[in-house]
Design a protein around this ligand. Sequence first.
Ligand SMILES: Nc1ncnc2c1ncn2[C@@H]1O[C@H](COP(=O)(O)OP(=O)(O)OP(=O)(O)O)[C@@H](O)[C@H]1O
Ligand SMILES: [Mg+2]
Length: 138
Amino acid sequence: MTTSPSEASTVIEVRADSDVVRVRQSVRDFAMAAKLSLVDQTKLVTAASELARNTLVYGGGGEARVRILERTGVAGVEVVFADEGPGIPDVDLALTDGWTSGGGLGLGLSGTRRLVDDFELDTAAGEGTRISIVKWRR
Ligand SMILES: Nc1ncnc2c1ncn2[C@@H]1O[C@H](COP(=O)(O)OP(=O)(O)OP(=O)(O)O)[C@@H](O)[C@H]1O
Ligand SMILES: [Mg+2]
């Protein structure tokens, strides 16, 4: 299986609430360009919105990269969130439905994982967090 990025990609700084809106809009644009179904567009936008908010609230800000991927002729949209915040000490716990370290519902990460096709989380205490999600056209 080979995955090669297309030319089309964009980087959005995530520093304020208004940036979360920009991430949503950009992800919607890419999802439409990749011809994802309306339901899958909405799933990806919802997932990206949750991760953008986590990047802002817990990661202290960071960036989102959005791009179209192609894998053996099938298009998909990848969104990668990266921050240089405190990291996630216990990933299994953080991915548990209902677990929050703050005042949230604790459904962002677990819900996001269910909404997308590919979900990769790299983090280390004190070294930040990188989360990559992909939704493929079907
Ligand atoms: N980028 C991040 N950096 C550090 N910790 C994070 C990051 N993203 C998530 N976390 C940790 O993982 C926990 C779970 O995240 P999740 O999005 O599932 O829930 P929440 O943000 O607390 O609540 P909700 O998203 O449902 O409002 C957070 O409470 C936080 O402790
Ligand atoms: Mg959250």
